[in-house]
Design a protein around this ligand. Structure first.
Ligand code: GDP
Ligand code: MG
Length: 727
């Protein structure tokens, strides 16, 4: 029976003719829970692939990227479009590792529902709860798949009990596992229609429930139905149910879909990798019958490309084209490939589109919380009209051409040269801009330098391409250190970026120690003189100046003044002195770091009618500043950052004591009352450059933080020596 519902073609399916028939489903769950394996089972069960690939050998549909094969885990989202029972299902497999949250968020944006995958042997840890919260934050309708039911210590009931305790909302089993004589899971009871789906003969068979299952069904079915009719707010069915009437399965299924779509009811299903994959057909049916179509999702907000208000988009209407680039990647044969979700209108193969990328975050700031905005990051606002190449549906690395893609479609587009991840595609006549999804902030810096001059040559364009693909990667060239700093989400992300640089772009780089961007200032006031007198023969040089230098309060920058009276020095030479002082400040006077927070007053100077020049006075100003520095102590300043840390109350103590070992100063703590506390602290950047990793261990993966530059602070004398660059 199931055979007839399979796709006869195999390979990627064609797009569905209507949005009602499309199901876009993202797989979410911690690393190793079995998402990629589940996707493989669903593809085998639907007849899309003939046999399952292996994670260990890197032959699954999901983990096709060479970096994923090397890391033996998913490192980016992967798309599989196939058909089942008249619907077109697009699965988006995502990596579970927190370093790839950017890929997860893109997958959540493209999908209309999620399969939340937990392992029947691993319980729910903090990382899993964080993933659940990611779904919750965007209101993603979701079912829970308990995987690994064939494993020895698998406990379906216990896993459900934990989910019910930890996750919000209605968590109820939809199918219950049944076991063979040897104790292995062989199938499931469908609690709604009371049939048994089992694989004990090696392929799927469906039978009515047996007498011995009656008790189990009786104990679970009533609470499932009650949840379904409550969460779908179906009063008619609720009355029938309370009145003890028989409730029709077709009506119940319609209510199930409504309950799931609202985002508060989470049916639980099971899966085991053993054999041909147990439970896969049930999950496919749940996706088709119980998951919302693209028409039921609230589309993201759009504006005109200048930010002006625009008509909200509506996937039901034949409105203007609005699509979003979920991911950009490159294929060795096709070149640049953009994976796109269409929200409204129709994308046509080889058609013209308007591409807009505006990197304003949700708070409307043109910046992210680290306060760095630098066009060298490679991500700049852009607007352009482009002709797109072919449209394709995807099955991992396979593709199939499509003529056009309507609302709710997820398709790959070739030759979209300007598009970056997060960009909006719209029609040329009605250019629009979608509010971008929230990208996670990269918090882990990695300083790199090109391995050879040849690498140096290629590095810039390779980084620009990586940044265009991955909005969670930033490239910074901090002032005064000459370093290239990659901001990443963590060590695994950093490794991936380095891997891509070598394998994709053939650029070899070395990781170097991150140099904080230091400053210097004067510890006390000093007078300095600068003389440039060369009058032997020909046109000479003459400039003599005297300056007073005083330290100013931190953050003041530079103030220049003069006490030249009665025009004893022409104004243009006074300006030259200031220029020379500024130039020397940028070069540094003691340790080679820019000088900040001083007032310089020109107190005297002499000039020569013929031999003086602008350049001579600039040089004299610079000499005077160095002279003043020689006559007093200099203070080395290091960058300070303010960390705003959010942790569960029980970890506040360890966070504070950890910060005290990093010269941190706690500015305040604020308990929200719901079990979490915000700790605000200042700390030297050097001490917290790896805080993205350290906070995971201090808080067992439960803490998050943001960072904000907060000026410069004096380096304690005991450390100053260590922080000085090698002479
Ligand atoms: N026995 C058993 N192993 C499984 C099952 N699902 C996944 N695995 C194994 O668990 C490991 C991680 O699976 P994978 O699909 O890569 O997890 P992902 O990180 O969530 O994509 C792999 O070695 C799989 O073979 C299952 O249902 N039963
Ligand atoms: Mg995976």
């Amino acid at each position: 029976m199931a055979e007839t519902r399979r796709d006869a073609h195999g390979g990627p399916a064609a797009l569905s003719a209507t949005a009602e028939q499309a199901r876009n489903v993202v797989l979410v769950g911690p690393a190793g829970s079995g998402k990629t394996t589940l996707m493989e089972s669903l593809l085998v069960a639907s007849g899309t692939i003939s046999r399952r690939g292996s994670i260990a050998h890197g032959t699954t549909t999901g983990d096709h990227d060479p970096a994923a094969v090397r890391q033996k885990r998913s490192v980016e989202l992967s798309v599989a479009t196939f058909s089942w029972d008249g619907s077109t299902i697009t699965l988006i497999d995502t990596p579970g590792h927190p370093d790839y949250t950017g890929e997860l968020r893109a997958g959540l944006r493209a999908a209309d529902a999620a399969l939340f995958v937990v392992s029947a042997t691993d319980g729910i840890d903090a990382a899993t709860s964080r993933l659940w919260d990611e779904c919750e934050l965007v209101g993603m309708p979701r079912a829970i798949v308990v995987t690994g039911l064939d494993r020895e210590r698998a406990d379906f009931d216990e896993t459900i009990a934990i989910c019910q305790r930890v996750f919000s909302g209605g968590v109820q089993p939809l199918f219950l596992p049944i076991h063979g004589d040897d104790g292995d899971v062989v199938g499931f009871i469908d609690l709604l229609d009371e049939r048994i789906w089992h694989w004990s003969t090696g392929s799927l068979a469906i039978d009515p429930a047996e007498e011995r299952h009656r008790e189990l069904i009786a104990s679970e079915r009533a609470s499932l139905i009650e949840s379904v009719v409550t969460e779908s707010e179906d009063e008619v069915l609720m009355d029938a149910f309370i009145g003890g009437e028989h409730v029709d399965v077709v009506l119940l299924t319609a209510d199930l879909e409504r309950a799931v779509a609202r985002g508060h009811f989470h049916p639980v299903v099971g899966h085991a990798e053993s054999g041909i994959g147990i439970g896969a057909e049930l999950i496919l049916d749940l996706i088709v019958r119980g998951f919302p179509s693209p028409l039921e999702s609230a589309p993201p907000l759009v504006t005109g490309i200048d930010g002006s208000p625009a008509e909200p988009i509506d996937a039901h209407l034949p409105g203007p084209l609005v699509a979003e680039v979920i991911k950009t990647t490159s294929d060795p044969y096709i070149g640049k490939v953009s994976i796109v979700r269409v929200f409204s209108g129709t994308l046509v193969s080889e058609g013209q589109v308007h591409v807009s990328g505006h990197f304003v975050d949700s708070t409307g700031r043109h910046d992210h919380s680290t306060g760095r905005h630098d066009h060298s990051t490679g991500r700049q606002d852009h607007d352009a009209d482009e002709r797109i190449g072919h449209l394709m549906t995807l099955l991992g690395k396979q593709h199939r051409d499509a003529e056009q893609a309507g609302p709710g479609s997820i398709v790959a587009v070739s030759k979209l040269t300007r598009a970056e991840t997060g960009d909006t595609l719209s029609s040329i006549e009605h250019p629009l801009l979608m509010e971008p999804w929230a990208m996670p902030e990269p918090m882990l810096p990695l300083a790199i330098s090109p391995h050879s001059p040849g690498d140096e040559h290629k590095l810039g364009s390779a980084l620009a391409r990586l940044v265009a693909e991955d909005p969670t990667l930033r490239v910074e060239h901090p002032e005064g250190t000459g370093q290239i700093v990659l901001w990443t989400l963590g060590e695994a992300h950093a490794d991936l970026v380095l891997d891509r640089l070598t394998t994709r772009y053939g650029v070899s780089v070395d990781a170097t120690e991150l140099q904080p961007s230091m400053r210097e200032t004067f510890a006390g006031p000093a007078r300095g003189s600068g003389r440039l007198v060369k009058q032997s023969g020909g046109h000479g040089q003459y400039a003599v100046v005297e300056i007073d230098v005083e330290p100013l309060v931190p953050g003041s920058g530079f103030v220049f003044g003069d006490r030249i009276v009665g025009g004893s020095l022409p104004r243009n030479y006074i300006a030259s002195v200031e220029k020379g002082v500024r130039h020397q400040m940028a070069q540094g006077v003691a340790a080679g770091f820019p000088v900040v927070d001083i007032r310089v007053t020109l107190v005297g100077g002499t000039f020569h009618a013929v031999d003086s020049s602008d350049l001579a006075f600039q040089a004299a100003g610079a000499i005077a500043l160095k002279d003043a520095a020689d006559k007093t102590q200099m203070t080395l300043l290091e960058p300070i950052v303010t960390l705003t840390i959010d942790v569960p109350d029980e970890h506040v103590g360890s966070v504070i004591s950890d910060l005290s070992t990093r010269r941190g100063i706690i500015r305040g703590t604020d308990a929200s009352g719901d079990g979490r506390t915000t700790v605000v602290a200042d700390a030297p950047e050097k001490e917290v450059s790896r805080y993205a990793i350290d906070i995971r261990s201090v808080t067992h993966g439960t803490g998050t933080f943001t960072r904000e530059p907060n000026g410069f602070g004096p380096v304690p004398a005991s450390l100053a020596q260590r922080l000085m660059p090698p002479a």
